[in-house]
Design a protein around this ligand. Structure first.
Ligand SMILES: [Zn+2]
Length: 305
């Protein structure tokens, strides 16, 4: 099913990374700048992430002796330093997730670079070193993002969906490792209900969500793939959902031959394979297009959504 799966350390059948994006209330300020301070209930739901869920998730990881990756908007790091301290104390990885969760697709190249660099400084100050990895806010990797990542020595990106295993993103200036995921491993479609964000889909049970996540894991295990969850503490750290995570980790352990790793470790492993010449990844060359395709002429087609 996967034509060229990479060899995983220790002969593991697949690589697994539980990643959490601790967006906290950054997204509320971004979407409702003028009125966020009045939305106390929405704020409380988002603050649940750093205040309650992160310590719970860290405790869970401790029980299983796991070290994992957290994507932290730098503003959230400044706002919730205790959560950052606990994450670092547990030996987990802190990766770049913007300053205030700004959307690169709506920024100029200069604006995107400004916020990126401002975040880099916060991460360096609070963790002692620059981040190795990056995930675009709500996956909105722009046509300028790769240049910015390369300019700052970022070793991997975890924003895209282009494969079931790690691959290489390349442009004329350089390359880095892409560690893809997809919406099937995101908790937002199952658990996010908020009138303030106009997300009012029916909430799913943990049994349903876990089945989706577990099916993806079983397939990765069967065919040598990469399983990267994209979860949020304020959603998946809620009590019943955290218990479901515990069950899923246990299921993976019971199945065996699973490499649990941070994304930094997975990217490092892939880089070593490439340098040793023992495995060659697929390469995506960016940009996919230089601009709007010419076939449609100028302007939007009449049936554009
Ligand atoms: Zn996020």
């Amino acid at each position: 099913m996967i034509l060229n799966p990479p060899p995983w350390p220790g002969g593991a059948k697949c690589a697994v990374a539980y990643t959490f994006d601790m967006d906290a209330d950054s997204i509320l300020h971004l979407h409702h700048h003028e009125t966020a301070d009045t939305k106390v209930a929405a704020m409380s739901a988002l603050r649940y992430g750093p205040e309650v869920a992160v310590p719970r998730i860290l405790q869970l990881y401790k029980e299983f002796d796991m070290r994992q990756t957290f994507f932290l908007p730098a503003w959230c790091m400044e706002r919730y330093p205790a959560a950052v301290e606990q994450i670092l104390e547990g030996g987990h990885e802190v990766a770049h997730h913007h300053y205030l969760h700004e959307n690169p697709n709506s920024l100029s190249a200069e604006e995107e670079r400004y916020w990126f660099e401002r975040s880099m400084e916060v991460i360096k100050t609070m963790t002692g070193h620059p981040p190795r990895g990056y995930r675009a806010a709500t996956y909105r990797f722009s046509r300028n993002t790769l240049d910015i990542l390369l300019d700052h020595g970022i070793q991997y990106d975890a924003s895209l969906f282009g494969d079931d295993i790690p691959y290489v993103l390349r442009n004329e200036r350089g390359e880095l490792i892409e560690l893809p995921s997809h919406y099937g491993l995101d908790d937002w479609p199952h658990y996010q209900f908020s009138r303030d964000f106009s997300t009012t889909m029916p909430i799913k049970s943990t049994a349903y969500a876990s089945e989706v996540f577990r099916e993806e894991f079983d397939a990765a295990w069967e065919y040598g793939g990469l399983w990267v969850s994209v979860w949020h503490p304020f959603l998946s750290g809620r009590l019943a959902r955290a218990a479901a995570i515990k069950n899923l980790i246990r299921y993976m352990h019971d199945k065996g031959d699973v490499w649990f790793a941070t994304l930094e470790e997975i990217a490092g492993h892939i880089r070593t394979l490439i340098e040793e010449g023992t495995w060659s990844p697929r390469v995506d060359n960016l940009p996919y297009y230089e601009g709007p395709i010419p076939e449609l002429g100028t302007g939007e087609p009449k049936n554009a959504e």
